[in-house]
Design a protein around this ligand. Structure first.
Ligand SMILES: [Fe+2]
Length: 287
């Protein structure tokens, strides 16, 4: 089955959010939504999420799932905001517990921050499946960028998050805590083992050098032959060397500090204080 896929590109964070629709009905899933955040002022905005909500209402869709491919470090998730407006269950990989353990420590969260994934409605593991109306989704655990990364294979479409980018851009960094270039290479092989015609939808696009337009859809076949990091039979050792060297030169994403604190809570802000005010922390010399 071939789901209808509607993409929403967020200029501020280069994120692509997707609405994936059962072609035989009105059920849909929303993957990797964005809550706008201006770090300088500490203000959130829902313009990006409202665009998605508007589309869902216009098309008369019913949201069954709000899926996260992983705990993003470059944007805040709008899943709880969209859930309040449209319903649906928030899902992520069950290795989220490892991510919560790591960043619970980094942000000195104390015992009230639970590290069991209970902030999410559904935790998925390798081999799990789920339904969007009559459309079946299968879960691949594809760690490397983070330990909890998932690829959602829905009909003939694979939503790979930050495991693979467009063939001319390559792959995502693997230097966040719990990341591993070796693991990423193995995860990519899992995705490339899907049929060649499988459509691949990536989580970010930054326009590769020489490319004028943003792009987010490719295929397994194209990635196998043309991906500059892993295509054309690149070996694991070649990849690991390239990836690790490159990662050592990358700056931290602008929104990593607010993003992790919010996304490890399924997109919820930390608990308000007794006056109802909400604060995020900045750990000094920890990341
Ligand atoms: Fe990411």
């Amino acid at each position: 089955m071939s789901p209808e896929v509607k993409a929403f590109f967020d200029e501020a964070t280069n994120t692509i959010s997707y609405i994936v629709r059962d072609p035989n009905g009105s059920s849909c899933a929303i993957i990797d939504s964005v809550l706008d955040f201006d770090y300088a002022s500490g203000r959130t905005d829902t313009a990006s999420a409202d665009r998605i909500i508007k589309w869902v209402k216009q098309e008369g869709l019913s949201v069954e799932w709000l899926l996260e491919t992983h705990v993003h470090a470059d944007h805040l998730s709008a899943a709880p905001y969209i859930q309040q407006a449209l319903g649906g269950k928030i899902g992520i990989g069950d290795r989220i517990k490892v991510v919560q353990e790591t960043f619970g420590k980094v942000f000195n969260e104390g015992t009230e921050f639970e590290r069991d994934g209970s902030q999410f409605d559904q935790l998925f593991a390798e081999g799990d499946s789920f339904m969007i109306g009559q459309l079946r989704g299968d879960v691949l655990h594809t760690p490397g960028h983070t330990p909890a990364c998932l690829t959602y294979v829905i009909g003939d479409a694979a939503f790979v998050g930050d495991t693979l980018f467009m063939p001319d851009f390559g792959t995502a960094r693997c230097d966040f805590p719990g990341g591993s270039s070796r693991m990423l290479y193995d995860s990519v092989q899992k995705i490339l083992a899907l049929p060649d015609a499988t459509r691949i939808f990536v989580g970010h696009d930054y326009k590769a050098p020489g490319r004028e337009e943003y792009a987010w859809e490719t295929t397994v076949g194209e990635q196998k032959t043309r991906n500059i990091h892993v295509g054309d039979g690149k070996s694991r050792d070649e990849f690991v060397k390239m990836r690790d060297e490159r990662d050592a030169s990358l700056p931290m994403p602008k929104l990593i500090i607010p993003s992790l604190q919010v996304n490890m809570r399924a997109g919820h802000m930390p608990k308000p204080d007794d006056k109802g005010d909400v604060f995020l922390k900045v750990p000094v010399n920890k990341l």
